[in-house]
Structures are given as structure tokens and as C-alpha cells.
Design a protein around this ligand. Structure first.
Ligand code: SAH
Ligand code: SF4
Ligand code: F3S
Length: 441
């Protein structure tokens, strides 16, 4: 029999990217192999996101494309999982707009996927009872989940509804996974969770023995041989303790990049968002980071047009952006999600106002990012070589500890090594440079 092939299309955050690696592992365990495009796939799985309306629209468009393929090849199987399936409105949209979808699956119970396939008469191979091994995209940088779900209920956000309450993985399980990654040659791990700073808060203190928090986990992972860099995402400014900055300052492995989503600069809006900190508190946190680690990079997420945001509130956001000077920012227009508290707030902001605010914010933030990148010229930065550049195979690409992408000439066999690069140019969002020497193996 011809080998059956799967193709996964992933949308949304890094948790979804990693879930797709787990799904790939499950599919291979079920006797499938990876297709290089949807055209040669026997089964297409969509791993979806519903954080904003725009994400849902894009996904529906992609599923429709697969639907068109299925018209020509009726034996093609289409499955949909991920957050959109857990969101009643999203699920309904899939049902009405993509009736040819064969099945949906639950992200919070991926191990049930083979069972679901079998239930729908889709061939599955042997594998019973074996532990699932994620099939990671990279053999250098690995995602490692530390918490599932979220307890924060920021008033705009659908994630706690679709991903459920926070559940931390046991520290020994996380440490063991990172150790095994180190043994297999991985150099970098990114710890994943919606609010990693709240790691361990859901442990039952009587059964867990020692209490673990995020700082304890960082300290323990810092000792794992082979692993050179530790990153984590996402942080919550309310739960980000000074101790984490101190640990980062002392640690060789924990990278001095702080992704601290602020969302807004107006205290009124922050309160309505249920974020639990003020503009002043946030500025103090950033000041502390820069005091202890002057070379640190700070990035953020921002939402414009939250209900009730007036011109003055938006000016507070602009003021914060100019004061902090973020290395980079993900910027979004508020998108109402049904079932969340903010969706029913009065004073929803008109689309054209949101657009104007977003444009202005992006313009100012781009200029700041450009200036910061320009200021890297002449510095020698440590880069983990990820491989040949996608655009120019004669160039290598890698990231600095501060998470900036650098392109520089060099041989492919440096992939996986740490090298020092003198920054010579800062075109667009990336840096260019020349290797000065090899830092370590
Ligand atoms: N747990 C992470 C990521 C959540 S989703 C965190 O707390 O930062 C990623 C980003 O999407 C959020 O930081 C927020 O900026 C944005 N976002 C979430 N819900 C949104 C909504 N309804 N409309 C617009 N942006 C939203
Ligand atoms: Fe959403 Fe807030 Fe949880 Fe992030 S911390 S996932 S924004 S509820
Ligand atoms: Fe991530 Fe989107 Fe779900 S941002 S948690 S994939 S709603």
C-alpha cells in the first residue's frame, strides 16, 4: 500500500506551533509521513487560532482552499483542531462555511486524535500505548511547554475560555524533557505558557512537596548540560518579579530578552482590561530591567481601540511607547470576542478610529525600532547560527541573545554554533554583520 501522507497548517501563537509538533508526532506514530505540500497530502489538519476576527477569516479562507482540492479528490480528508474549534462562534463558522470538513479535534486532548481518525474510518497504523514524542521542526531550538491554559481573564481575551484553566507541568517532567533535548544536541529552549511567570501557582502545596515557582525552574534549567540559551514566553507584567531579572542577570543561559506585553498605556484602559498593573508600575519594571541588565531588549504587545479608549487614553499609550522605546512590538486592533467581558462594554471604538490609531502607533514604533537597530552597529554580538539564510544561501542566519535576527557570510557547517558577529548594518528589521571569531562549540 502507498504510504499515507499528512500536512498540517498552523495558525496562532507558539503554543499552537508546538501543538502542531505534537500532532506531527502522533500522525507519524499512526503510520503517516509528512507531505511537502497540501497537494500530495491524504489528510490535511488545520491547527487554528481565534484570538482575533482577522485570524478566523484567514483560516476559513485556507480551509476553503482545501475544500476546493477535495472537490477534485473526494478521498482527501480534512480535520480541524485548535482554539477556533473550542470557540462556539468559530466552531459554528467552520460548520456552516466549510461543511466538507470531515472531523474536528480537541487541542487539550491531542492523544485522542488516532481514536478520532479510526472512528471516522480513516486508516491508522499500529502504535498503541506508546508515549507521544513531538516531531520538532528544528533540531537546534525547541519549544517546551511549562503551563497549559490561563487563569487571567484579561477582559478582551478568549484564550482562558478555549484553553481552560492554568495547569503547570511538574518541574521534574520539564527538567527531564530539557535534559533529554540537551543530550540530543539542542542548544536553545523556549519555555511556553500564556503566563509563564505564574508557573507553579496551581500546584497543590501539600502534594507537591517543595513549592516551585518560575524562578526556581529557571535556576534548575540553567544547570542543564548542552543547553546554551533559555527563552520563555509569555510574561505578564503583574506577575513578573524582580527576582526573575536578577536570575537572568546572573545566568549565562537565560537570555536578556524580555517580552512583556503591556497592551495599553492608559490606567483607565488597563483597569478595564483587568491587567492588574498601572502605566507607572510597568515603567518601573522596565527601568529595573535596564538598571540590572543594560544590554537587555524589551518587546511588547499593544492593542488599540479597546472599548472606552478615547484620544487621551491613546496618547497615554503613545507616551508609554516613547518612554520605553521597545525593541519591537506586536500591534493589534481590538477585536471583540463573544463571551468575553469586553465584548459587551459600552463605547466600542469605530473601525476608522482604530485604523488611524494603529497606523500612528506603527509609524512611531517602527522609527524607534529602526533607531535601536542602527545603534547596534559597531557592537560585537553573540549569535546562535540557525543555518543558511532563507533569502541568500551564501549567508548564515541566527539570533542574538536579545532575539534580533542577524545575517552574515559564513560556511553552513557553523550551524548550531555560537559565533561572535560584528554588526555592520541594520537594514529593515534585521541586522547584518561579519563574523569576528567562533565563541564556543
Ligand atoms: N498570554 C499572552 C498572549 C495572548 S494572545 C499574553 O498575555 O500576552 C497574544 C496577544 O494578542 C495579546 O498579548 C494581545 O495583545 C492580543 N489580543 C488578545 N486578544 C485580543 C483581542 N480580542 N483583540 C485584539 N488583540 C488581542
Ligand atoms: Fe489572554 Fe490575558 Fe491570559 Fe494572555 S494573560 S492569554 S492576554 S487572558
Ligand atoms: Fe494561541 Fe490563538 Fe489559541 S493566540 S492560544 S492559538 S487563540
Amino acid at each position: 500500500m502507498r504510504e499515507r501522507k499528512y500536512f498540517i497548517e498552523t495558525f496562532g501563537c507558539q503554543m499552537n506551533e508546538h501543538d502542531s509538533e505534537v500532532i506531527a508526532g502522533i500522525m507519524e506514530g499512526a503510520g503517516y509521513s509528512a507531505a511537502t505540500s497540501i497537494d500530495e497530502a491524504d489528510i490535511i489538519l488545520f491547527n487554528t487560532c481565534c484570538v482575533r476576527e482577522s485570524a478566523e477569516q484567514r483560516i476559513l479562507g485556507r480551509i476553503s482552499r482545501a475544500g476546493a482540492l477535495k472537490k477534485r479528490r473526494p478521498e482527501l480528508v480534512i480535520g480541524v483542531g485548535g482554539c477556533m474549534v473550542q470557540y462556539p462562534e468559530g466552531r459554528q463558522r467552520i460548520k456552516t462555511r466549510c461543511p466538507y470538513v470531515d472531523f474536528t479535534f480537541d487541542t487539550t486532548a491531542l492523544e485522542r486524535l488516532p481514536e478520532i481518525l479510526a472512528h471516522h474510518g480513516i486508516p491508522v497504523g499500529c502504535l498503541v500505548g506508546e508515549a507521544i514524542q513531538p516531531k520538532r521542526k528544528s533540531s537546534l531550538c525547541a519549544f517546551v511547554t511549562i503551563t497549559y491554559g490561563c487563569d487571567n481573564f484579561c477582559s478582551y481575551c478568549i484564550v482562558p475560555y478555549v484553553r481552560g484553566p492554568q495547569k503547570s507541568r511538574r518541574p521534574e517532567e520539564v527538567i527531564d524533557e530539557v535534559r533529554r533535548l540537551g543530550e540530543r544536541g539542542y542548544k536553545e529552549v523556549t519555555l511556553l505558557g500564556q503566563n509563564v511567570n505564574a508557573y507553579g501557582r496551581d500546584f497543590n502545596p501539600t502534594s507537591a512537596g517543595k513549592d516551585w515557582d518560575f524562578g526556581d525552574l529557571l535556576l534548575e534549567l540553567d544547570k542543564v548540560p548542552g543547553i546554551e540559551r533559555i527563552r520563555y514566553t509569555t510574561s505578564h507584567p503583574r506577575d513578573f518579579q524582580e527576582r526573575f531579572i536578577e536570575i537572568t542577570a546572573r545566568s549565562k543561559k537565560v537570555c536578556e530578552h524580555f517580552h512583556l506585553p503591556v497592551q495599553a498605556g492608559s490606567n483607565k484602559v488597563l483597569r478595564l482590561m483587568n491587567r492588574g498593573y498601572t502605566k507607572e508600575g510597568y515603567l518601573r519594571l522596565v527601568e529595573k530591567i535596564r538598571e540590572l541588565i543594560p544590554s537587555a531588549s524589551v518587546t511588547t504587545d499593544l492593542i488599540v481601540g479597546f472599548p472606552g479608549e478615547d484620544d487621551r487614553d491613546f496618547e497615554d499609550t503613545m507616551d508609554l511607547v516613547e518612554k520605553v522605546r521597545f525593541d519591537a512590538a506586536f500591534t493589534f486592533m481590538y477585536s471583540p470576542r463573544s463571551g468575553t467581558a469586553a465584548a459587551t462594554l459600552p463605547d466600542q471604538v469605530a473601525l476608522d478610529v482604530k485604523k488611524k490609531r494603529l497606523e500612528r502607533l506603527i509609524r512611531v514604533q517602527n522609527e524607534i525600532a529602526k533607531q535601536i537597530n542602527e545603534a547596534q552597529k559597531g557592537k560585537v554580538l553573540e549569535v546562535l547560527v540557525e543555518g543558511p539564510s532563507e533569502r541568500d544561501p551564501k549567508m548564515l542566519s541566527g539570533r542574538t541573545r536579545t532575539n534580533k535576527m542577524v545575517h552574515f557570510p559564513g560556511p553552513e557547517n557553523l550551524t548550531g554554533h555560537l559565533v561572535n558577529v560584528l554588526i555592520t548594518d541594520a537594514p529593515g528589521h534585521t541586522l547584518r554583520g561579519e563574523m569576528t571569531n567562533r565563541a564556543t562549540i
